[in-house]
Structures are given as C-alpha cells and as structure tokens.
Design a protein around this ligand. Structure first.
Ligand code: UDP
Ligand code: MG
Length: 347
C-alpha cells in the first residue's frame, strides 16, 4: 500500500473520490447499497473507490462484503474490524485507508441516497472545502431522534459558530486537505465541519435525500444526544483552551480562592463586628451558626485544586504536542526561494 493516511501526499493509485461506509449488522443493506453506488458512479469518468468498514458485525455482513469486494476488486476495498468499535472509530479506519482527493462518508443502511453524490461533488466544485448534508425531511422516530437532534443541532450551531442545520447527517463531502491531522473520538465525526471551519475551510450545506430504514435496526436512541452534547463541551474546551488550559483552570481557581476570602471576611464580620453599623458591635454570631467557615474552606481547597489541575493540564498538553511533533499552528503554504530556484512549497 502506498498511502495509508489522510496526511499522505503522494499515491500511486490515483483516486478522485473515496466513499466511506461504516457498517454494523447491515446484512440486508450492503448488497443493494453497493448496487446503487455502482449505478451512480460506475458509468462516469470519475476514478472512485468504495471503502466499507465492517464494524464487527455478527449477522453475516462480513461475508457479503467479502463477496462484493471479490466481484469488483477495482473499486471496492473492505476493512474488517475485530470487534464493534463504534461508528466514529469505523469511519476513522475508512479515512485512514482512503486515497481519494475527495472523501464522502455515508451510512451503510441505505438511509443516505447515493444519487446525492454528484450533487455534493458539484457543490464542492463551486469552491467549497466541505459540503454538509442536511436531512430536511428526516425519516426517523420523532420523539427519541428528531426532536432531541433538532435541539442539539441548534446548540451546536450556536456554540461552534458554524451555521449548519444538521451536524448529525453522515453524508458530507470533504476535500482531503481539510482532514489533515483530524483525529476522531467519541461521536466527533459529526463535528469535522466545525474543526474544518475553525481552520479556515469554506463550508456549505446541501439538502440531501433521507430514506426510511427498510432493513435492519437503528443502533441508536436518545442516549446519543447526550453524548453529542458532552462531546460539544469538550470541543469547545479544545477550541478555546487546549493550548492554554491553565487559563481556564487557573481562572476558576482564582475566583474560588477569592470567594473563599470573602466568606472568611464575612465570617469574621458576623462574629466580631455585627451588628455595626446598625448598632454597637461585638454581639455577633458564633462561627458555628453560619455556613461561612465551611464555605471558606471549601472554596479555598477547590481553588487550590483547580490551579494544580491547570498545571497538570499544561504538562499533559505539552507532552501531547511535543511527543507527536505536533505544532500549535497550521501552515497552509510557505513561499520562499530555495537555492535551487524553486519558489513555492506547499505543506
Ligand atoms: N454503525 C457502525 N457501528 C456501530 C453503529 C452503527 O458502523 O457501532 C453504522 C451503521 O451500520 C450505519 C451507520 O453507522 O451504517 C449509522 O447507524 P444507524 O443507521 O444505526 O444510525 P441512525 O441512522 O439511526 O442515526
Ligand atoms: Mg440510519
């Protein structure tokens, strides 16, 4: 294999488009889905590959994928994961394998429609780096999926500042360069447009067809929305503080210590000074009659802990960047004249 990572630049097999499809227990869907994809992409001049990742299925999906791969070895590549690792991890595996210049992930349950692929490509050609699908007429259950998802999408759009309607739609199109260095955890595949946009990519939205599931069962319920919201808090933290965690933890710590001093002062006031200036001082409350001593101690300890946590986070952050030779900046291009006369170098 000549190129196994999205960061890789050269590749012997030239591929324009990689379609990435994680599947878990979709034995009734993979063959019809392959046929649909073949019908859409097969006749054209586009050089494409279909990458299926079998996410530890136990219903015979693997055998069907193996048969599909054998029947169309020029276009189909399949990875079999040893156990069920989750949709995001399976998609990561597909991304790492992909060789195309354009990457389109989609669901393997036929809810996404392969005929949308040419439309996504056309939209990319208008000069975008990411085109995100919007399932405007979504065919899922209302109470456990559509309503929570609508609330989550609003929240994500607001917090991230990226105005999309449907982050959860798997079907999106990316130019390879926006995925450079992107690592996916948790439910984060849905946030790729956000990472990309933060790094300066141009992001567009396109309505895509969404079909009801006809075979197999959905793997998710309401719980997924909570995971999405938690992941969102995490990426917000990452965006703002990943390179300076002490500023967050330290600030919380300092405020907490300040509160602790206020409580301490209040406690002294209540005992020794109160009811002055409303009366003569000295008849105030004993310490044990107010919660202030306890609060003072709690805020003080909490504040110190938080600052120490910040120091720890700084050390972890440095290890993260330095051990993997990651930089805190992202270079698009460096332009300089080399001794041999070359004037531009793209990184
Ligand atoms: N999927 C997967 N691993 C999992 C769960 C799901 O690869 O652990 C795949 C699944 O086969 C499908 C896609 O992810 O291709 C979306 O899953 P599903 O249709 O259950 O989600 P929904 O459309 O209900 O959000
Ligand atoms: Mg589905």
């Amino acid at each position: 294999m000549t190129n196994t990572s999205p960061e890789g630049q050269e590749s012997h097999t030239q591929v324009d488009l990689s379609v990435l499809i994680p599947v878990y227990n979709e034995s009734g869907n993979v063959v019809p889905l392959y046929e649909e994809l073949h019908a859409v992409l097969g006749g054209g001049s586009l050089r494409y590959e279909l990458i299926f990742v079998d996410d530890g299925s136990r219903d015979g999906t693997a055998a069907k994928l193996a048969a599909i791969q054998a029947s169309d070895p020029d276009h189909v590549r399949v990875a079999f994961l040893r156990r069920n690792c989750g949709q995001t991890a399976a998609l990561s595996a597909a991304l790492d394998m992909a060789r195309g210049q354009i990457l389109i992930p989609m669901d393997g349950d036929r809810q996404n429609d392969p005929t949308d692929i040419p439309r996504l490509l056309a939209k990319l050609d208008e000069g975008y780096d990411v085109v995100s699908g919007w399932r405007r007429k979504r065919h899922d259950t209302l109470l456990t999926r559509k309503i929570p998802s609508r609330i989550a999408n609003r929240l994500v759009a607001r917090i991230s500042g990226v105005a999309l309607h449907d982050f959860g739609c798997t079907m999106k199109a990316y130019r390879r360069r926006v995925l450079q260095g992107v690592r996916l955890y948790g439910e984060m595949h849905r946030f790729i447009p956000i990472f990309a946009s933060w790094q300066g990519a141009k992001v567009a939205e396109l309505e895509v067809n969404h079909r009801p599931r006809t075979e197999g069962k959905t793997k998710y319920g309401l719980g997924r929305t909570f995971n999405v919201v938690l992941d969102l808090l995490l990426i917000r933290f990452y965006q703002r503080y990943s390179q300076r965690p002490i500023h967050l933890f330290g600030r919380v710590g300092l405020w907490s210590i300040l509160l602790s001093f206020l409580c301490f002062a209040g406690m002294l006031y209540l005992k020794y000074v109160f009811p002055w200036p409303w009366g003569s001082s000295g008849t105030g409350k004993p310490f044990v009659e107010t919660p202030l001593p306890l609060l003072a101690v709690m805020f003080f300890l909490g504040g110190v802990q938080s600052i120490l946590l910040g120091v720890l986070a700084e050390m972890v952050m440095r290890t993260y960047y330095e051990s993997q030779s990651k930089t805190t900046y992202l270079i698009d291009e460096i332009r300089q004249t080399e001794p041999d006369g070359a004037t531009s170098r793209r990184l």
